[in-house]
Design a protein around this ligand. Structure first.
Ligand SMILES: *Cc1c(COP(=O)(O)O)cnc(C)c1O
Length: 368
């Protein structure tokens, strides 16, 4: 249910394609490209993005959960889909939809083998994840023997890839740590791959890994935030194109007299005659309360207008005293990566959280 298509996240899919090509140019011809489309493709539109990636001949997709993959399958996405955090409870559903699980522990391995047997699978693609320092999900090096003993003779599953995930690939101060992760990964894959007669793809890098560690691209890379327009530093981001524009309109304009207040808790008290505009977007839409009280601002007719008082659940008010505007005029929350990064900074977070936090009641509209 969305807000009558007044508040809109416009999407430029040509820009998405441009960004994919930008990263593809950093890879060798043999390196495969996986597009990460979890969490509604970072808040954009999982189906529209996946369709674009499918036509851009990307090699693989990844989602976090099984249901996200089912949605793509039911809407015509045929690319292989890695499910990064498939839950044991969903394994049979996952198999029915031809989705490929991340197997990261003895428990997930044994549960999946049980489901694969029940479903009479043969050479069903799975992906083994190893922990090399993030300490989130993954087998440890000491599990290698256990895994190979079980899988060597197994006909039900096929190891499509072995992967791990970097903890601080964007951080130049953590280069030593990242190199230990890369070395640990190399050590593990050497041990596992020699036990299997077939080729297993290897992958480690996310967006900042692709940028900062070209020596660690292996057979595939997992591109997320980069294709949505954000590199790990300003210079890199400047080379990418902006995909999303979050906009809405002015609902009402108020004259607030000196001494009068605006919004909840009377957090804003006018010192002078103030004109405010009420905007139909609030903290339930992903606009943090931290942006209230002059911290954040929105763009109206080319002018930045600070938020007055507290951000409400479905609305916020901005100061438009010195600008020409009318009810119904367009309001822009962000239309560039710089503007979104500024919102993120002032909200005390990162671009990822702003993008994924844009509520589902804001309509996504493809503009090119
Ligand atoms: C989300 C995710 C990615 C993508 O990371 P970006 O920094 O957005 O490129 C890659 N790999 C794994 C395992 C992830 O969970």
């Amino acid at each position: 249910m969305n807000n009558s298509h007044v508040s809109i996240l416009e999407l430029d899919l040509n820009a998405l394609q441009y960004n994919v090509q930008y990263f593809r140019n950093k890879l060798s011809k043999e390196t495969k490209l996986l597009g990460v489309v979890k969490a509604f493709s970072y808040g954009h539109d999982a189906l529209a993005v996946s369709k674009t990636l499918q036509s851009a001949t990307i090699d693989y997709l990844a989602v976090a959960y099984t249901e996200e993959g089912i949605y793509l399958r039911e809407n015509g996405i045929t690319l292989p889909i890695l499910v990064l955090h498939a839950q044991i409870q969903n394994y049979e559903l996952l198999i029915e939809h031809n989705l490929e699980p991340n197997i990261y522990s003895k428990k997930t391995l044994n549960s999946f083998l049980k489901s694969a047997k029940e479903k009479q699978c043969s050479h069903y693609p799975i992906h083994l994840k190893f922990n090399t320092g993030l300490n989130r999900l993954g087998f440890t090096k000491t599990d290698v023997e256990y895994i190979t003993d079980i899988l060597k003779e197994n006909e039900q599953v096929h190891i499509n890839s072995i992967f791990s995930h970097l903890a601080a690939s964007e951080d130049a101060n953590e280069r030593d740590f990242t190199h230990t992760q890369i070395d640990k990964f190399k050590n593990i894959i050497e041990k596992v791959t020699k036990e299997f007669p077939y080729k297993i793809d290897l992958h480690l890098s996310n967006t900042s890994g692709i940028i900062n560690y070209p020596e660690a691209h292996f057979d595939m890379v997992r591109l997320g935030i980069g294709m949505y327009g954000f590199g790990n530093e300003t210079a890199e981001t400047a080379q990418l194109k902006n995909i999303g524009t979050l906009k809405t309109i002015i609902s009402q304009i108020h004259e607030v007299r000196p001494g009068e207040s605006s919004g909840y808790n009377r957090a804003y008290i006018a010192k002078k005659r103030t004109k405010t505009a009420t905007i139909p977007i609030g903290h339930a839409d992903g606009i943090s309360r931290r942006l209230g009280n002059g911290n954040g601002s929105v763009k109206i007719n080319g002018h930045m207008c600070p938020i007055v008082g507290n951000v409400c659940m479905d609305m916020l008010m901005v100061d438009v005293t010195n600008i020409n505007c009318n009810e119904g005029d367009e309001v822009v929350l962000f239309d560039s990566q710089e503007m979104l990064n500024e919102l993120a900074r002032k909200s005390g977070t990162i671009s990822y959280e702003i993008l994924t936090g844009i509520s589902q009641r804001i309509a996504r509209k493809i503009v090119s």
